[in-house]
Design a protein around this ligand. Structure first.
Ligand code: MF3
Ligand code: CO
Length: 355
């Protein structure tokens, strides 16, 4: 019956004429609702909004058809066009060139001790980062593409007057990282719709008034099996347990044992190729924060230090294989990996979670 009603009234707003014409694309795609018009005139007038009802007519393809993927996930191209950041928003040094020059210059520098003013700015950048991550997480559902999640992240970020830090950072093409199932980290948002049972990590970083915030979480899509749920829960606990040990005098190399002990106890492994990092006016700087036991991380935790902990925990082996896009890191055995991340400020007595 709904179809009959729809076919009787012109889909153009402010027109209630009898509708006898149907949009030809809607006919092809079997779309009834809102596809009927009284005249060519109304059809043309409405085209700008109407066309969004149509499924994308772009042909989707795997850009790496000869690559030996380690698991079932595939890249689904074309990537959407580069998103625009308004002129009014303050941008990091790499936004045009792709090269974070200030980060290269600071290599080998000591861990920055942030003053009150810098801490205040970091709190703002991190609050925005948290808000954007929560907005993105709420959009997670079966059928949404990771590109659509990227659009939501991008818009929520610029709405808050911030720049999405990943965009063109070392040429990264999108505004956040989306890492599905066997992808450990740095997945590029693309045209793949989320499927029932996926686990999805969304990694959001925002640059605001000269400072970066960084946070990520892993979310369940529809019905995830028990091992997947346990992997995600254990990873969250790994981060929480490491954060609980952050206080002045602790050694940066000690967090790894806490994380690895908890992961191993639950039958999981810890990624070694990627680590947490200092963060402030620079997206990534000293210290390196490794997530595995017996690491050689340098440095003592001091008040005013700001850094991330972001353990990546795997169902099977911890080794990674890079996709030919030079970003996406997948597990070597194709089994799933989860991650959680916070930006942390060391206080006189302990820690403040900024994100
Ligand atoms: N938030 C990610 C991290 O700390 C960085 C993503 S940068 C990107 O590892 F360029 F890869 F997006
Ligand atoms: Co990070």
């Amino acid at each position: 019956m709904a179809t009959l009603v729809a076919s009787n009234t012109c889909a153009s707003l402010e027109c209630s004429n009898f509708a006898k014409l149907q949009c030809p694309t809607c006919v092809k795609q079997n779309i009834a609702e809102g596809s009927f018009f009284c005249s060519q005139d109304c059809f043309k007038k409405t085209w700008g909004v109407h066309k969004s009802k149509h499924a994308s007519t772009k042909k989707l393809y795997d850009p790496f058809p000869t690559f030996s993927y380690t698991g079932p996930l595939r890249a689904v191209y074309p990537l959407s066009a580069r998103r625009v950041v308004p002129d009014s928003i303050q941008k990091p040094d790499y936004h045009i060139t792709g090269i974070p020059k200030s980060e290269f210059k600071s290599r080998g520098a000591a861990i920055q001790v942030c003053n009150e003013e810098e801490i205040k700015a970091m709190r703002e950048a991190c609050r925005i980062t948290r808000e954007v991550l929560e907005i993105a997480a709420k959009a997670v559902r079966v059928g949404i593409t990771t590109d659509e999640i990227d659009r939501i992240v991008h818009e929520a970020t610029i709405e808050r007057g911030a720049y999405p830090s990943p965009l063109n950072y070392n040429y990264f093409p999108k505004s956040c990282c989306t890492s599905i199932n066997e992808v450990i980290c740095h997945g590029i948002p693309d045209q793949r719709p989320l499927e029932d049972g996926d686990i999805l990590n969304i990694d959001v970083s925002c640059f605001y008034k000269g400072f970066h915030g960084d946070s990520n979480g892993t979310y369940l899509v529809g019905n995830v099996d028990d091992v997947g749920k346990k992997l995600v829960q254990t990873t969250k606990e790994c981060l929480e347990m490491a954060i609980a040990a952050v206080k002045p005098g602790a050694r940066y190399r000690d967090f790894g044992k806490i994380i690895e002990d908890h992961a191993t106890k639950n039958g999981f492994s810890v990624v070694r190729a990627f680590c947490g990092h200092g963060i402030n006016q620079l997206f990534h700087c000293a210290p390196n924060v490794h997530h595995y036991a017996n690491n050689k991380a340098i440095g003592i935790v001091r008040p005013g230090h700001i850094f991330t902990i972001e353990p990546m925990i795997c169902e099977g082996v911890y080794q990674e294989r890079l996709w030919p896009d030079n970003w996406t890191a997948a597990t070597k055995d194709g089994k799933r990996s989860a991650q959680f991340e916070h930006t942390l400020l060391v206080t006189e007595t302990g820690v403040e979670i900024l994100t």
